[in-house]
Design a protein around this ligand. Structure first.
Ligand code: BGC
Length: 414
């Protein structure tokens, strides 16, 4: 008893001494550079500073994070990994296998992450039996955003089927409005594609095709119908879509130039940062069909030297999952908290819908990882699919050709 007390006192003294000496430092690589994203990441910077941390920002612009991941590889290869990196899905385990990730289990255990995170999300943060990433949020991918006035003045309701979406788009086109704001970047094409696959095929089909990579599903009539719908959507996009950033597409919906955008709820972060009100200025609804595509942002810590950086990693991991950050960050980011114990009463109606739908989808087995946002597949497989989706969207390739190319590309990527 006496010994335990003594040991506890000396370990407390040790940790106080360590904290006393090591000023937490973190160089943080992320791709949150749009208006809404920057506002959200500012919340983390502020909280880190308030807790004695000093933050070195390493933002790498480019929606979806492709450019950030290229920058990360260069840094790790040159033996100079950043302290903390926005990283998610199976890419976390891929980096772990390269032996470059730090173990943050002591923070996870001290903070009781196992009790406050849903098991499906906790699974993404584990590498073998250690914790190797800290989850930030749950973004939903399968959303349609709309300009409320544009729909109203054209007598259009939020579509609940893809046929209704197409009918609304035809009507808008005749009225001289761009039906679909889209940015022609591969990851944005993939984002739209996966919502179409989910909508037309349903959750079980999505799982078979884009998670299990079942060759029959990849070449099925349902997959052909998904490419047909992509071709139809291509007709609703304006001529200048190529290369456009996703947040500029959101701005087109905001200013009434376009009616709809199909995009994850980081788009809501843009509307909110511009002072727009959900249900009044803009509308949110899930893309037609059942299911919920989740995309969980997280930070992984890389092996670095120096007590100050290690203290920075521990502090960051602790703050990220902390209840205050989870609330304030996600209210800005457009996502919902990853913790199940954060009240949502101050969140907007779209966030509340997201949370309700997520619970329902989880109960019915329709909660699915987003392939387009790196939650479902390893990089090689996801990349193979996206290459075909983009090649099809930007050419006159038939749906028959596309499904064959899809099955071949996936097989070759294994
Ligand atoms: C990330 C979001 C980010 C979006 C656009 C997604 O993959 O999960 O946090 O806002 O890309 O950059």
């Amino acid at each position: 008893m006496k010994y335990t007390t003594l040991a506890a006192i000396s370990s407390l003294a040790l940790s106080v001494a360590t904290i006393g000496h090591a000023e937490p430092q973190a160089e943080v690589l992320h791709w949150w550079t749009s208006g809404g994203e920057a506002k959200a990441v500012g919340v983390l910077q502020e909280e880190f500073a308030e807790n004695g941390g000093s933050w070195t920002d390493m933002p790498v612009a480019g929606g979806g994070g492709d450019a950030a991941m290229t920058a990360l590889r260069a840094r790790v290869l040159s033996g100079n990994a950043p302290t903390a990196v926005q990283l998610k899905g199976p890419a976390i385990q891929e980096w772990y296998e390269e032996g470059v990730l730090a173990d943050i289990s002591s923070v996870a255990e001290a903070e009781g992450w196992a009790d406050i995170l849903p098991a499906s999300i906790a699974g993404h943060m584990k590498c073998e039996d250690t914790w190797c990433a800290a989850p930030v949020n749950v973004h939903r991918v399968d959303w349609i955003w709309a300009n409320a006035d544009v729909l109203d003045s054209n007598g259009i309701e939020m579509p609940t089927t893809w046929d209704e979406f197409n009918a609304a788009a035809e009507k808008l086109q005749e009225a001289g409005v761009i039906p679909l704001a889209h940015g022609g970047q591969a990851w944005q094409d993939a984002t739209v594609f996966e919502t179409v696959v989910l909508g037309l095929g349903g959750p079980e089909f999505f799982q078979k095709a884009l998670v299990d990579l079942d060759p029959e599903a990849l070449t099925s009539d349902t997959m052909k119908a998904s490419f047909d719908q992509m071709r139809t959507l291509r007709g609703y996009v304006d001529d200048n879509f190529s290369g456009r950033d996703w947040n500029l597409a959101t701005a087109m919906v905001m200013n009434g130039e376009a009616a709809f955008q199909i995009m994850g709820d980081w788009a809501k972060g843009e509307f909110l940062a511009a002072g727009k009100v959900p249900g009044e200025d803009f509308l949110c609804s899930s893309t037609p069909g059942d299911g919920y595509l989740y995309n969980v942002d997280s930070f992984a810590m890389f092996n670095v030297d120096g007590d100050d950086k290690k203290a920075g990693q521990d502090l960051l991991a602790k703050l990220i999952v902390g209840p205050n950050f989870q609330k304030v960050f996600n209210m800005n980011k457009g996502s919902i908290p990853v913790r199940t114990d954060v009240a949502l009463d101050e969140f907007d109606m779209c966030a509340q819908k997201s949370s309700e739908d997520m619970t329902a989808a989880s109960d019915s087995g329709a909660l699915l990882p987003s392939y387009a946002h790196g939650m479902a597949l390893r990089g090689a497989q996801a990349g193979a699919i996206t290459d075909v989706v983009t090649a099809h969207f930007n050419s006159d390739m038939s749906s028959d050709e596309a499904v064959q190319m899809l099955a071949d590309a996936v097989a070759n990527s294994m």
